[in-house]
Design a binder for this molecule. Structure first.
Ligand code: GLN
Length: 339
């Protein structure tokens, strides 16, 4: 009997060692995080795929070599690799934070009833997607839904609305961000397609008569300059139930964060959102400036900036680096151990 007991103990001990061995690589220790960032940085530094967005002329001129990674844990520890100082325009990543502002202002149902929370399966500035259901059955992260969302921000005039949006972004980032005026001017001079999208959304009752003002404010929000560290902290604020883990300010209501993350999971990478979720399980958002943020709820926010994009408009390096890092750190929220 004693022998059986001893064997049993030895077996339990062996299992514990094996489990520890298996999970070690996925643990969020300082050493593992640093290693994961360094590995991903090195692996993709010389990758030569994709190209800068050029439908906004100023974006074609951005240095394609900018490549920076920032991971911020939900308890506020910041890890970086590469160029985390250079700023690019936030572009569509901004849509997440205007959505947060409107959800705090109006509750979660307003956006659901207005433009919906469904993937369109179309490119981010699709007009076909609007036509299909007259501007419903979309989401706040494609251009049509995003411009309508900006149009829902309360305020007596342009400046008041813009002021609210800018301070929301500043609080997420934990510092005062500035608009890249050259990017704003460049997009404002060439955004007839977004004006047409806003006009259609107005025709279908999703945005009021100030739809051109909303388009302009939307263009301005897309031109806010951010570095990888800013984006990492913005993502980490979502990972930490809406509370900025560095400044400790509750930026957006904790109870609304699940809805924000759900829309990011559904549509954050546009028509490639499903593929991305399949691979990583992470709610994420891309921008044509070359940034991508991703959120592992309760664990970390991560951001990578690298301007060359794939055909869907998502940064090639950023997708690969985030997928690798998250997998090395056990970031996929769907991956759990059995009880
Ligand atoms: N400002 C850009 C646009 O409206 C944002 C698009 C994006 O980042 N996907 O076209």
């Amino acid at each position: 009997m004693r022998q059986v007991l001893l064997n049993c103990k030895a077996w339990v001990f062996c299992c514990a060692v094996m489990v520890a061995g298996f999970t070690q690589a996925a643990e969020m220790t300082k050493a593992n995080i640093k290693q994961a960032l360094a590995d991903a940085y090195k692996k993709y530094r010389h990758l030569d795929e994709g190209k800068n967005a050029d439908y906004i002329p100023a974006l074609a001129k951005v240095d394609s070599g900018i490549y920076g990674i920032a991971l911020v844990t939900a308890d506020g520890k910041v890890y970086t690799e590469g160029d985390v100082k250079s700023e690019v325009s936030i572009q569509s990543i901004s849509k997440v934070f205007t959505m947060a502002l409107v959800i705090d202002q109006d509750g979660t149902d307003e956006l659901l009833h207005n433009m919906g929370a469904d993937a369109t399966g179309q490119v981010f500035n699709s007009i076909v997607a609007i036509e299909q259901y007259q501007g419903s059955e979309m989401n706040p992260l494609v251009n049509a839904g995003a411009i309508a969302t900006t149009g829902l921000v309360d305020g007596k005039d342009y400046d008041e609305i813009w002021g609210k949006i800018a301070s929301e972004y500043n609080e997420f980032a934990g510092r005062e961000l500035t608009v890249m005026e050259d990017v704003y001017q460049s997009e404002a001079a060439t955004n007839q397609r977004n004006q047409a999208i806003a006009s259609l959304m107005h025709a279908y009752g999703h945005i009021d008569e100030n739809f051109l003002r909303a388009t302009d404010i939307y263009t301005r929000q897309c031109s806010v300059g951010v570095n990888a560290k800013d984006l990492g902290l913005m993502a980490a604020t979502l990972a930490n139930a809406g509370k900025n883990p560095v400044t400790q300010k509750q930026v957006t209501s904790a109870e609304n964060v699940p809805e924000i993350l759900a829309v990011m999971a559904t549509a954050g990478l546009y028509d490639d959102a499903g593929k991305w979720l399949y691979k990583t399980g992470l709610p994420a958002k891309s921008g044509v400036g070359g940034g991508i943020i991703a959120v592992s709820p309760g664990k970390f926010g991560i951001a990578v900036i690298s301007p060359p994009l794939d055909a869907a408009g998502n940064s090639v390096r950023a997708q690969k680096a985030i997928a690798d890092i998250s997998s090395a750190l056990g970031g996929n929220p769907y991956q759990v151990s059995a009880h």
